[in-house]
Design a binder for this molecule. Structure first.
Ligand SMILES: Cc1cc2nc3c(=O)[nH]c(=O)nc-3n(C[C@H](O)[C@H](O)[C@H](O)COP(=O)(O)OP(=O)(O)OC[C@H]3O[C@@H](n4cnc5c(N)ncnc54)[C@H](O)[C@@H]3O)c2cc1C
Length: 435
C-alpha cells in the first residue's frame, strides 16, 4: 500500500515549497517530490532573484508589492530558524530607465501611483550622482552586435529613470528555498528528493495520486503541478493540456556575470536596474560582479526547448550580445574573452503571465508558467494556491465563480481569474520577462 496524503506537490522549487508551507500551515498532510537531490535545485537555482514591484498590469504590480513585504520580513514570514542560515534580502531599491519600449514609464508610474508605491523621478544628472559609470545615450531599438547599426546613438539621450526603494534582490535563492522547506517541515510537511514523478494516478475521473520512478505510489485527492519548466510534461501526464487555453513551454535564457568597471564598487552601490533602451536588466553580484540578462527584445531569437531535461547549458553568442549591449550603458565595462554566466529555462505562457489554477481533472492543480519573473511572488503564490485548493476541494467551481484572494499587507483583493488557464491572452502584458 502506498502512503496516503492530503496533497502531493510535484516539484520542490520556490513555488512548490511555498505551496507545501501554506497547505501544511493549514493542517494539510503534504508531500513534495523532486527529482533533484535538494530543494531549489531546478530553475530556481539560477534565478537572478530580483525583487521588483513594477509590472505592466495592476494585478502583477499588486501581487509583487504584497510579496515584497514578505521578503522584507523574511524571518517573520518563515517563523523558524533554519540551521543553514536565513536568506538575505538586500534592499537596494530598483532603477527603471525611461525608454520608448516602456512608453517613457507612463504605464509603470500609473501602476505605482494606483497602489501608493513611492518612487523618485531621476534625471540623468541625478542618476550619475549615484552611478557615475552610466552613460545617457539612447540606442533604441536594442540590436545585436552583428547589426551594422549596433551602437549608433539616437539624437535624444535618455531623459532619466525612476528609482523606488522598496525592492532589491535575494543573495542566495537556493538558501531561501531551503528556508521555506524547513518552515514547511515544522508544520509536518514531508519531502522526497531524487525521485521523479512518472505518472499521475486517477480513479473515477478524479486525481488519486502519483507514481514515482521507483514504482512507489503516493495517494492523495490533490496533486499540484509546480514542476517549473517541466510543467508541460507533468500536465501531459495528467491529460489536462487540451483543457487549457493558455499553454506553457520552456525557453532557454542566458545570464552573464561580468566584473564591474575598474574602480567602481558596484557590489556596494548597485541595485537591480531595468533598461529597455538596450534590452538589458542587471544587478550587483558577489565578487563585485554585475549579473545581466536580456529583456527579450525583438532582435533576440527565442530558443524554445522541447525537452527540458536536454538543452545546451553552455553560454553562446547570446552571452556576448548581452555583454556588448550592457557596455553601451556602462562604457567602462570589462568584457573578458571567456564570459562567465549561467544558462537555465523559463517556463513561459502565451502571454508571459503565470497560471495559478485548477484544471479540468478534479483534484489536479497547477502553479506554472512563471515566465522568468515569479521567484519574487512565491510567498503570495503559496497562499493563493492554498486558498484556491481549499475552496475548490470544498466544492467551489472556480471557473464559474472565481476565487478572490485578499492581499493582507496592502489590503487589496485580486480576482484569481487573472491567472486562469482559460483566460484570453492578456494584451496588457509586455510579452517579455518583465511580465
Ligand atoms: C535565469 C533566470 C533568471 C530569473 N530571474 C528572476 C528574477 O530576477 N526575479 C524573479 O522574480 N524571477 C526570476 N526568474 C524566474 C524564477 O526563478 C522562476 O519563476 C521560479 O524560480 C520558478 O520556480 P518553480 O518552483 O516553479 O520552478 P523550479 O525551481 O524549476 O522547480 C521545479 C522543480 O520541479 C522538479 N520537477 C520537475 N519535473 C519533475 C518530476 N516529474 N518529478 C519530480 N520533480 C520534478 C524540478 O527538479 C524542479 O526542482 C528567473 C528565472 C531564470 C531561469
Amino acid at each position: 500500500m502506498g502512503k496516503q496524503y492530503d496533497a502531493v506537490i510535484v516539484g520542490a522549487g520556490i513555488i512548490g515549497c511555498s505551496i507545501a508551507f501554506e497547505l501544511a500551515r493549514r493542517g494539510w498532510k503534504t508531500v513534495a517530490v523532486d527529482k533533484q537531490p535538494e530543494a531549489g535545485n531546478g530553475s530556481t537555482a539560477n534565478t537572478c532573484a530580483v525583487i521588483r514591484v513594477h509590472y505592466s498590469t495592476l494585478e502583477g504590480t499588486a501581487v509583487a508589492y504584497e510579496s515584497y513585504h514578505y521578503w522584507n520580513s523574511w524571518a517573520d514570514y518563515l517563523g523558524i530558524d533554519d540551521p543553514k542560515g536565513t536568506a538575505r534580502f538586500n534592499k537596494t531599491g530598483v532603477l527603471v530607465f525611461e525608454s520608448q519600449a516602456n512608453d517613457r514609464l507612463k504605464n509603470i508610474r500609473r501602476m505605482l501611483d494606483a497602489l501608493g508605491i513611492g518612487y523618485e523621478n531621476w534625471n540623468f544628472e541625478r542618476i550619475k550622482e549615484t552611478f557615475p559609470m552610466l552613460d545617457d545615450a539612447s540606442y533604441f531599438p536594442p540590436r545585436r552586435p552583428e547589426d551594422p547599426k549596433f551602437g549608433s546613438k539616437n539624437d535624444t539621450p535618455i531623459a532619466g529613470a525612476i528609482y523606488y526603494s522598496e525592492g532589491g534582490y535575494v543573495t542566495d535563492p537556493v538558501l531561501s528555498v531551503h528556508n521555506v522547506q524547513v518552515a514547511a517541515e515544522a508544520h509536518g510537511a514531508e519531502f522526497i528528493f531524487s525521485r521523479r514523478v512518472e505518472a499521475i494516478l486517477k480513479q473515477d475521473g478524479r486525481t488519486k495520486g502519483v507514481r514515482l520512478d521507483d514504482g512507489r505510489e503516493l495517494f492523495a485527492p490533490v496533486v499540484v503541478n509546480a514542476a517549473g519548466p517541466h510543467s508541460v510534461v507533468v500536465n501531459a501526464m495528467a491529460g489536462v493540456i487540451e483543457g487549457m487555453k493558455i499553454k506553457t513551454r520552456a525557453l532557454r535564457h542566458e545570464v552573464v556575470h561580468l566584473p564591474a568597471p575598474e574602480g567602481v564598487d558596484y557590489e556596494s552601490i548597485g541595485c537591480p536596474s531595468s533598461d529597455s533602451d538596450v534590452g538589458a536588466y542587471w544587478r550587483p553580484e558577489v565578487g563585485n560582479h554585475i549579473l545581466s540578462g536580456s529583456e527579450d527584445p525583438e532582435c533576440d531569437p527565442k530558443e524554445w526547448v522541447n525537452d527540458p531535461d536536454n538543452f545546451n547549458r553552455n553560454l553562446t553568442e547570446q552571452a556576448k550580445a548581452q555583454a556588448y549591449r550592457l557596455s553601451l550603458r556602462i562604457p567602462d565595462l570589462r568584457i573578458p574573452n571567456q564570459i562567465q554566466g549561467v544558462v537555465d529555462l523559463y517556463d513561459v505562457t502565451d502571454d508571459w503571465m503565470p497560471i495559478y489554477d485548477k484544471s479540468d481533472l478534479p483534484g489536479f492543480y497547477m502553479a506554472v508558467g512563471t515566465s522568468g519573473n515569479q521567484y519574487k511572488n512565491a510567498p503570495v503564490v503559496g497562499k493563493m494556491m492554498a486558498d484556491l485548493i481549499t475552496q475548490c476541494q470544498s466544492g467551489r467551481d472556480h471557473d464559474a465563480e472565481p476565487v478572490v484572494f485578499h492581499l493582507e499587507k496592502i489590503d487589496r483583493d485580486v480576482d484569481m481569474r487573472f491567472y486562469s488557464r482559460l483566460r484570453e491572452i492578456n494584451k496588457e502584458s509586455s510579452f517579455s520577462v518583465l511580465g
